[in-house]
Ligand binder design. Structure first.
Ligand code: NAI
Ligand SMILES: O=C(O)C1=N[C@H](C(=O)O)C[C@H](O)C1
Length: 263
């Protein structure tokens, strides 16, 4: 039995994760971390499952009150970073879906996990199809190094570019040499027209109501275009990945960044 804390239970992802954990035989939800409702239980809060699981606002208090193996964080970047750091310090394994961390924060968390010998997983995307899209893009970039990433998300998303787009760009950087793309003299007449720049490639972020989570990676070569595209149409797409990460983190003593490393 794996004892789990979920941070962000009222969020789009957190609510889905609460249901997933509650329905898994080998998982036990022992507490939730929220920015409201300290001292209440999930069943006291409208819209949350009818279960007697305590809610805490303070992470230290939560860790002292319950016996947890894993914390699943699905919150916002600043809070997710603090939760992850505090969890590692308390020897509670973090499984983090929250995106928007800086590369310095990820490195710092990796070093801390190494120092404490605590298994930790940060995955910018838990959908297996998205992971395949990223890996296929990494393979393609070796042969078609001119690439642009277009990610599209719902308009309540806080971070841009998405964690998935950043991770895709990082994987592509590993398989091709730096390349400044586009015309050497190109000039933006409206700021941002060419998107964000990462290792010479461009990332474009679209935010619209109606979207969930989508990404297309477009490669251009002489007389040809290759598009690699993934769509999450529903947040259930992320749950198998979270389940797998919770199971795998129990046997890890190191830090993992990206679901592709545990599949
Ligand atoms: N890795 C993955 O596969 C996926 C990652 N995400 C990421 O997960 C995060 C959450 O996404 P959504 O659920 O769509 O956002 P959301 O805005 O629906 O939920 C965020 C939740 O965090 C809660 N929160 C804020 N401060 C808090 C605090 N101090 N303590 C506890 N909870 C706090 C809010 O009350 C809210 O319920 C985002 O960073 C998003 O990019 C989203 C989908 C998939
Ligand atoms: O905020 C979201 O919704 C998502 N966030 C993650 C990201 O930033 O890549 C994963 C997925 O794209 C959904």
């Amino acid at each position: 039995m794996i004892n789990i804390i979920i941070a962000g239970p009222r969020g789009r992802m957190g609510a889905e994760a609460v249901n997933m954990v509650s329905n898994e035989e080998n998982f036990r939800l022992v507490a939730c971390l929220d920015r409201k409702f300290n001292g209440k239980t999930l069943k006291d809060v409208e819209g949350l499952p009818d279960v007697n699981v305590p809610i805490f606002e303070d992470i230290e208090e939560c860790f002292h009150a319950v016996d947890a193996d894993v914390i699943v964080d699905l919150t916002i970047p600043e809070v997710g970073y603090l939760h992850t750091k505090t969890a590692i310090e308390h020897h509670i394994r973090p499984v983090v879906g929250t995106t928007g961390f800086t590369s310095e924060q990820i490195t710092e968390l990796e070093l801390l996990a190494k120092e404490k010998g605590i298994g930790s997983i940060i995955a910018p995307n838990f959908a297996v199809g998205a992971v395949l899209m990223m890996k296929f893009s990494q393979m393609a970039a070796k042969y078609l190094p001119d690439v642009e990433i277009i990610e599209k998300h719902h308009d309540n998303k806080l971070d841009a570019p998405s964690g998935t787009a950043v991770k895709t760009a990082e994987l592509i950087r590993e398989s091709r040499d730096y390349k400044k793309q586009g015309h050497p003299n190109e000039k933006e007449t409206i700021n941002g027209a060419r998107g964000a720049e990462f290792d010479g490639m461009r990332i474009h972020s679209v935010r619209l109501p109606g979207l969930v989570a989508h990404q297309e990676v477009i490669f251009g070569g002489a007389g040809q275009i290759l598009s690699i595209k993934h769509d999450s149409l529903d947040r259930s797409s992320f749950m198998d990945g979270i389940k797998l990460a919770v199971e795998k983190v129990m046997g890890l003593d190191k830090f993992v960044y990206g679901l592709e490393n545990i599949l």
